[in-house]
Design a protein around this ligand. Structure first.
Ligand code: NZQ
Ligand code: ZN
Length: 391
């Protein structure tokens, strides 16, 4: 097990009717807040009104910025930074999903910086501070409600880039499973794929002596494989939605990678798809991850075999049988969620495979992505190829 420092400072307020706590919690940070949201779903479902009511009851001055798109755009981040700087705002409250939260985090670091916030996402500068961010989560998916990351798309440059630092970990997050009832099945499916991917990214490492976190991840994945399809079939079952929502947070708050790290190649490979084709992150992962399994099983099969035995209860002594059953069971899960399994099903062909692979890995000689099997540009092109259509 590796040395580690673990801190999960986000105050999580989970359950029915918890939006009423936004105002009193916000007051601990500022009397002036920016409420940030997406394309309007939070207004339709009444969550937005509950947040505003609670803020008003606590006499908090409210500024608003809506319009965050999935794969959140840098252009709106600039608008947010401007509003925050001009009005001396002290807290940003993201009401929505990962895209809204990530946009809020970008505004938070940009508001404390004199240069262009994109510098952070190009890694030519690193944040030294940030405004506090809080969240009211409406979709279990990205885990941004307690993560230290923000992923932003620079649409002009066709780049999707992430930053990670402790300044942007939300100070508090409100999680009410009831606010997820309105999610279309496709969004629940994409979120469920992302949640599973966050756990698998952490599982596939070569670190020795990490049985405790291996077992925790396996247990959380087994629960998720059971509850995610149920969440689609029973959209208003509180207990099922609660299971999925809390799994989404646990999957990405850093606890499951203590002492071991993670791989993250599949995320890098997927982000290039989202950046060019504007597909949902989870939809891309459902296609990329099984292809990554297929490629890596040839180079480093041991953990994939362990995963198949312990997560899918595959009872065989033949490694090849375990590997192929594991990959087909993984695809079966994504199919049950209603997601596409190959790039050709979503009209993506090989035109940009090389460009995307170079962007994911980097162009420097000897650059690789991932740690379970370090992948070169040609390896990533091969993975896009495996993902392209059913063989
Ligand atoms: O825009 P609105 O109207 O809010 O609609 C959203 C959006 O269209 C809708 N939605 C959200 N809650 C709803 C709802 N519709 C009905 N009822 C509700 N209760 O769902 C759509 C998707 O929302 P989005 O925020 O894009 O989804 P998600 O949470 O999956 O976030 C995806 C983004 O997070 C990034 C991804 O790359 C992607 O850009 N990630 C962020 C991470 C992080 N910060 O730690 C880690 C992840 O690996 C991921 O990369
Ligand atoms: Zn993800």
């Amino acid at each position: 097990m590796n040395n580690f420092t673990f801190s999960a400072p986000t105050k999580m307020i989970f359950g029915k009717d918890t939006e009423k706590f936004v105002g009193s919690e916000a007051l601990k940070y500022s009397k002036k807040v920016l409420v940030h949201f997406g394309g309007g779903s939070v207004k339709k479902i009444g969550v937005y009104d509950k947040v505003i009511k609670s803020l008003k009851e606590n006499n908090i001055e409210i500024f608003e910025l809506g319009g965050v798109k999935p794969n959140p755009r840098l252009s709106l981040v600039y608008e947010g930074i401007d509003i925050v700087k001009k009005n001396d705002i002290g807290l940003i409250i993201a009401v929505g999903g990962g895209s809204v939260i990530d946009s809020a985090k970008a505004i938070a670091v940009g508001a404390k910086y004199d240069g262009d916030v994109w510098d952070f996402y190009e890694y030519t500068a690193s944040p030294k501070s940030a405004l506090p961010v809080a969240t009211v989560l409406t979709i279990p998916a990205a885990g941004s409600e307690s993560s230290n990351s923000s992923v932003i798309t620079n649409w002009d440059k066709k780049l999707k880039r992430g930053i990670s630092n402790d300044f942007i970990i939300p100070v508090f997050s409100i999680l009410n499973p009831e606010s997820t009832y309105s999610l279309p099945p496709y969004q629940i499916a994409c979120g469920a794929a992302d949640i599973l991917a966050h756990m698998m990214e952490r599982y596939f490492v070569n670190t020795k002596s990490v049985d405790i976190t291996d077992r925790m991840i396996e247990g959380a994945i087994r629960s998720h494989l059971e509850f995610a399809p149920k969440a689609i079939k029973n959209p208003t079952d509180y207990d099922i939605r609660a299971e999925v929502m809390w799994t989404g947070t646990i999957a990405h708050n850093g606890f499951l990678d203590t002492g071991r790290g993670g791989d993250w190649a599949s995320h890098g490979i997927e982000h290039e798809l989202s950046a060019i084709y504007d597909i949902a992150h989870g939809a891309g992962l459902a296609i990329v991850f099984p292809a990554w399994f297929e490629f890596c099983a040839k180079k480093n099969p041991s953990k994939i075999v362990q995963f198949g035995r312990r997560v899918f209860d595959i009872d065989s002594t033949d490694e090849q049988t375990i590997i192929s059953l594991t990959i087909s069971k993984l695809r079966d899960f994504f199919k049950e969620l209603g997601l596409a399994l190959y790039l050709d099903e979503i009209d993506i062909d090989e035109t940009n495979f090389k460009i995307m692979a170079e962007k994911a890995v980097g162009k420097k000689n000897g650059s690789t992505i991932g740690s379970y099997v370090p992948l070169s540009v040609s390896d990533v092109v091969e993975i896009y190829g495996i993902a392209s259509k059913r063989s």
